[in-house]
Design a protein around this ligand. Structure first.
Ligand code: ADP
Length: 218
């Protein structure tokens, strides 16, 4: 489902080059839940954004369902993201002036699948029916992440890419979000999660270690 072949990513920073990913090769099978663990700065976000058709690697190839993600046109890549991928971030990235329901519907503006009925159903599943018209600032952090999760699930993605999804949550809310991600996986979804949080190990089937841009199997 997800395949990286000898992927390197070099950023040209003000203070010279940073090799965020260094010759990374890995595969995630359809329906698998893989966690990539490592400290801050080891390349986790870069890995996730590269898989998510957002950051072109300097070298190597990324294949999703056998398709070369960076060999396709920009619009094909946008289509692939809208059709197949759901993103969940540590900082939630909700739109501050939209309410919870409107936030869940944002991806549809870019042509992603899903509509109001599905959004309402997802928000109910994520225990947010009583918060439909609250803006992010009027939600707890746990509610914000559940709202972001509903947004990620709206297009019925095959893959969820999660970047430190529990990083801003207290232990109870962190466990709850991990359980929802676990449900997505149990229902057949493919999960790739990057985190420094050991909690991820309890839910993932396979844990990889990322160290200075290099991946090792645990
Ligand atoms: P992590 O998610 O593990 O904290 P990142 O993938 O965000 O790691 O970053 C890996 C390395 O690449 C870090 O040293 C970071 O400073 C650097 N980096 C990330 N993005 C950029 C960028 N746009 N320009 C320059 N350097 C970057």
């Amino acid at each position: 489902m997800i395949k990286l072949e000898n992927v390197s990513k070099v950023y040209q920073g003000a203070n010279g080059e940073v090799r965020a990913l260094d010759d990374v090769s890995l595969s995630v099978e359809k329906g698998e839940f893989v966690a990539v663990r490592g400290p801050s700065g080891c390349g986790k976000s870069t890995l996730l954004l590269t898989v998510g058709a957002m950051v072109r690697p300097t070298e190597g190839r990324v294949l999703l369902s056998g398709e070369d993600v960076y060999g396709m046109s920009v619009s094909q890549r946008a289509r692939l993201r809208a059709d197949k991928i759901g993103f969940v971030f540590q900082m939630f990235h909700l739109v501050p002036y939209l309410d919870a329901l409107e936030n869940v519907l944002v991806p549809t503006l870019a042509g992603a699948r899903g509509g109001r009925a599905e959004a309402l159903e997802l928000l109910a599943r994520l225990q947010l029916s009583h918060r439909l018209h609250h803006r992010p600032a009027e939600l707890s952090t746990g509610e914000r992440q559940r709202c972001a999760l509903a947004r990620a699930l709206l297009n019925r993605p095959e893959i969820i890419l999660a970047d430190e999804p529990t990083g801003n949550l207290d232990p109870d809310n962190a466990a709850q979000v991990m359980q929802y991600l676990g449900n997505f996986h149990r229902e057949g979804g493919t999960m790739l999660l990057v985190s420094h949080d050991p909690l991820a190990d309890q839910y993932a089937q396979r844990v990889l270690r990322l160290d200075q841009g290099r991946v090792q199997e645990q």
